[in-house]
Design a protein around this ligand. Structure first.
Ligand code: PEP
Ligand code: MN
Length: 360
């Protein structure tokens, strides 16, 4: 049903701009000062980036944070266009934002994760877009992992007559500590792609990872999954950024990251070392996630033992784990000794954590 509904979506393209895969959109989380915007933009233009992003209206989790520079940021984005020739993109969340941004000549509008989760806000934006069928609009996934809500948001924009439409995958928020700020749950954008194959997909490794060092591996993962583009936060002085400073990189670092990415053509057959290394990074990240889940369960066990006055180390169980895992490893083609060493280390840390719980 969706395939028919979304049948005439157009690829992301602009006359006179050569956007080859991956389309890269980069720039600061927020426009802060004219100087910061222009310095960052110059660095990015030198790195070959063709689309500049900057948020000027910032949805913040709590009041009191930096809520964006507002309308005057539109003038700075215009200066970026004039000086560097880059296309410019900003986030819109209300009817007024849409009108102001398009009147100011902003090339691409994106709708943030908090807004796409809200059908009233989406409809208000869609209504404002009816008069602007030529606009290019990217819709981020809603903060919660609900594909129907995401498709619904896209549908409202499509129904308003917008055909230059795309989706941004920025991960999903979850409770508790994770390696990722917003867990990727890649199967959700993959399902979106299955249902709407012609919808351009852009990954946002900055908001997914929440940390600079995850931008590279997440970007490669997105490319390996066939994403068309990347939106990455970049700031001329990330440590001093007024929002999202841990996940922004300088234009120079961004250039390095982009240069390590391997873009596989659909016809390609050879896997380069870089791709294999990215796979290792990805698997290591999964290992870390699993280990942290295991430790959380150990702490629950610690709590139980405390409440029932049980001793932390129960030798029978320990032997059982070591023997079982070692022989399972052998069955899976791994060395028994190696698995023994790993399980001893894992057990030692689990005991340390339980002792901490029992004594607190
Ligand atoms: C952003 O792109 O700076 C932003 C606010 O993103 P999100 O809506 O994904 O949180
Ligand atoms: Mn941000």
């Amino acid at each position: 049903m969706e395939t028919k509904l979304f049948s005439d979506i157009q690829p992301i393209s602009f006359e006179g701009v050569d956007l080859k895969r991956p389309v890269v959109i980069a720039g600061p989380c927020s426009a802060e000062t004219e100087r910061q915007v222009l310095d960052t933009a110059r660095g990015l233009a030198a790195a070959g980036v063709k689309i500049f992003r900057a948020g000027i209206w910032k949805p913040r989790t709590k009041p009191g944070g930096f809520e964006g520079i507002g309308m005057k940021g539109l003038l700075w984005l215009n200066k970026v266009k004039e000086e560097t020739g880059m296309l410019v993109a900003t986030e819109v969340a209300t009817r007024e934002h849409v009108i102001a941004a398009l009147d100011a000549g902003i090339d691409i509008l994106w709708i943030g994760a908090r807004t796409s989760a809200n059908p009233f806000a989406m409809q208000e934006i869609a209504n404002a877009l009816v008069a602007k069928p030529g606009a290019t609009v990217l819709v981020k996934n809603p903060v919660n992992p609900d594909i129907e809500l995401w498709i619904g948001a896209l549908q409202r924009i499509y129904n308003a007559g917008i055909r230059r439409l795309g989706a941004i995958h920025r991960g999903f928020s979850t409770y508790g500590k994770h390696l990722y700020r917003n867990v990727p749950q890649w199967h959700i954008p993959m399902e979106l792609h299955r249902r709407i194959p012609n919808l351009p997909l852009i990954a946002d490794p900055s908001h997914m990872g929440g940390k600079r060092e995850l931008i590279g591996p997440l970007s490669q993962q997105a490319l390996d999954m066939g994403f068309d583009g990347l939106i990455i936060e970049s700031h001329c002085n990330p440590d001093c950024a007024l929002s999202d400073k841990d996940q922004q990189v300088t234009p120079e670092s961004l250039n390095l990251i982009l240069n390590t990415l391997v873009v596989r053509e659909s016809t390609g057959t050879t896997e380069s070392l870089a791709i294999l290394r990215q796979k290792i990074d990805r698997l290591d990240n999964e290992l870390l996630e699993v280990l942290s889940k295991r430790m959380a369960v150990c702490r629950d066990i610690g709590q139980y033992k405390k409440e029932h006055s049980m001793q932390v180390v129960q030798t029978g169980r320990y032997d059982d784990i070591l023997n079982k895992r070692s022989s399972q490893a052998a069955e899976m083609g791994m060395d028994e000794e190696f698995m023994h060493t790993i399980m001893v280390a894992v057990h030692e840390e689990s005991v340390r954590q339980q002792v901490e719980i029992v004594n607190n």
